[in-house]
Design a protein around this ligand. Structure first.
Ligand code: RB5
Length: 151
């Protein structure tokens, strides 16, 4: 089913982002590239914030964030309440994080995965629905981690 997808990157992810935009548009998704448009040095948390805000404001939407490793983007995105960002290096992880974690943002590393694999990971992520059930309780508990007093 076509989805609304917001994409962002830093300079180290701009080429993979552009390729994914073309791939996802061709697959029929409603795609918004939130930048950057060129490979000039930028700070990945700025683009993580941009994309995550749009994901939170748009019911049913997904985000895709690309940096060199995918790690910085996932760290930044996961600081935002309501965002569940998953750094995936294969299709299995992409499928499982949708099924069990209801991840709403996919993070990718341009220096880690090639375009073919990245496209398959994105396809698996966007095509898989959350399983719900016992996983809903655990997903709710993820949010409570941010509120909990230190043990
Ligand atoms: C940029 O050199 C690099 O640090 C960034 O893209 C990302 O990999 C950080 O986690």
């Amino acid at each position: 089913m076509p989805k609304t997808v917001f994409l962002g990157s830093d300079h180290a992810g701009v080429a993979l982002k552009a390729a994914l935009v073309a791939h996802l548009q061709a697959a029929g998704h409603d795609v918004a590239d939130l930048g950057p448009a060129e490979a000039k040095s930028v700070d990945y948390p700025d683009f993580a914030k941009l994309v995550c805000r749009r994901v939170l404001d748009t019911p049913g939407a997904a985000g895709i964030l690309v940096c060199g490793t995918g790690i910085g983007m996932s760290m930044a995105a996961n600081r935002m309440p309501g965002i569940r960002a998953a750094l995936c290096v294969n299709e299995y992880l992409a499928r499982m994080t949708r099924l069990h974690n209801d991840a709403n943002v996919l993070c990718l590393g341009e220096r880690v995965v090639g375009l073919g694999l990245a496209a398959s990971i994105a396809d698996a992520f966007l095509a898989t629905d959350f399983e719900g059930g016992r996983h809903q309780r655990r997903v709710d508990l993820i949010e409570s981690c941010g509120l909990a007093a230190p043990i």
